[in-house]
Each structure stands twice: as C-alpha cells, then as structure tokens.
Ligand binder design. Structure first.
Ligand SMILES: Nc1ncnc2c1ncn2[C@@H]1O[C@H](COP(=O)(O)OP(=O)(O)O)[C@@H](O)[C@H]1O
Ligand SMILES: [Mg+2]
Length: 211
C-alpha cells in the first residue's frame, strides 16, 4: 500500500490528482479525486446516465483497459504516450502508475491549454506536426484530443515533444476502429481535425497583441 496522503500533488486535473511516486521520482501516480470516484459520480448522476452503473463511471478502470489494449497490439513507442506500469493500491484509492515526463531542467511540463495562449513558437509548431504524424502512422486511438490532456515536454530549449497523458483508448460503443484500419484512420483524421480547431482557438488573436 502506497501512502500519498500528506504529499502535495504536482498537478490536479478535472478528475484526478497526480503525484510523484514516493519511491521513484521518474514515475507518476494518479488517483481519483474524492469527488470523482465512481461511487460519488453515480450518486449525483441523473436521468439515463444512472443506467451506466458504477463501472461506467470508473475512469481509472477505463484507462487501465486502454493500456492493456495497447499492450495487446504490441505497442512499443512510448515517445508520445507515457509507459504504464500498472495499478497500485494507495491510501487514496486505486492508483495508476505511469512514466512521469519532465523537461530538460527536471521541471513539470505545461499542458497545451497552458502554453498556447502564450503564442505559437517554432519548437511547438514542430512538436504539433510530429505528434500528428505519429497519431496517423501508429493509428493511435484516443478519445477527444483535448489540449489540457497533452503536455509540451521541452527535451531541450528548442526541441519540444507532445505527450498525451489522458484520454487514451477508444470511446466507440462498438469498437470498429480496433478491428479495421480504415475505420481507425478515419477516426484519427476526425480527432486531428478537431484538435487543430482547439489549438487555433487557444492561440492569441492579433487583437490580443494590440495595446
Ligand atoms: N505522466 C505525466 N507526466 C507529466 N505531467 C503529467 C503526467 N500525467 C498528468 N500530468 C499533468 O497532470 C494533469 C492532470 O492529469 P490528467 O491525467 O489529465 O488528470 P484528469 O484525469 O484529472 O484530467 C495534466 O494536465 C498534466 O499537466
Ligand atoms: Mg485530463
């Protein structure tokens, strides 16, 4: 059992708290926020959502399943998605252990929602292109590619790399994209198109620059 209570999380998302693993500072442990457990969410769900049942609200279980699917596909490229080391019991509930990505100075990287409003830079533009190329080449299946779930890791001051830390796996009810490459390709294109729109929205408009 891992003790996390008393440690300050390095990031808190909409659903989870992210900690540096107490025994290995290269690893990240994610646990559900107390208000986002499957039990808490089912208790406040209304209408048809209640039909999903407790399992339908368990994001940790979904993410572990997505990682298992990658493993089954023989996935080896962990440049743009963190390597998962499985689950661990913690005093704050089930934790998912993954590689923790840091920049060249050892700092925690910002996510795209945090960096894009500061404007596009050459290293960032290159990193976005590389990321899209990778999604297409490896047919990486994800839920929506949301900027706050993608971090911009500066491996060097002028060399950035995008890593998707949340939203991995296939959201389809009938997972046709897992079975047919053509469906997967179409899905990846759809996700990229929407991702590009989100990036554009976050960038400052020329009007922001005028005093
Ligand atoms: N492996 C990681 N390496 C570095 N930063 C991470 C990692 N995983 C998550 N983060 C940071 O923590 C934030 C929240 O993580 P996330 O998995 O998106 O949680 P949630 O499920 O609450 O949305 C991310 O936006 C990112 O800034
Ligand atoms: Mg997230």
């Amino acid at each position: 059992m891992l003790t996390l209570a008393g440690i300050e999380p390095f990031a808190i998302g909409g659903t989870r708290r992210c900690y540096v693993h107490p025994d290995d500072d290269q690893l990240c442990v994610k646990v559900l926020r107390a208000d986002r457990t499957a039990r808490a969410r089912l208790a406040t769900a209304t209408g048809w959502r209640r039909l999903k049942g407790r399992r339908g609200f368990d994001d940790q279980r979904k993410e572990l399943k997505a990682y298992r699917q990658l493993e089954r596909r023989g996935w080896r490229n962990w440049r743009h998605v963190p390597l998962c080391h499985g689950a661990v019991q913690t005093d704050l509930g089930l934790g998912i252990v993954t590689a923790l990505h840091r920049d060249w100075r050892g700092r925690f990287p910002p996510n795209l929602e945090q960096v894009l409003p500061g404007g596009m830079t050459e290293p960032l533009a290159k990193a976005i292109e590389e990321f899209k190329k990778w999604l297409r080449r490896d047919l990486f299946l994800s839920r929506d590619l949301l900027p706050h779930n993608i971090i911009a890791v500066a491996d060097a001051p002028e060399r950035h790399r995008l890593v998707i830390v949340d939203g991995i796996g296939n959201s389809e009810l009938v997972p046709v994209s897992n079975w047919f490459d053509l469906c997967a390709r179409r899905k990846v294109e759809r996700k990229i198109r929407k991702f590009e729109q989100r990036v554009r929205i976050l960038l400052p408009t020329p009007a922001d620059a005028t005093p």
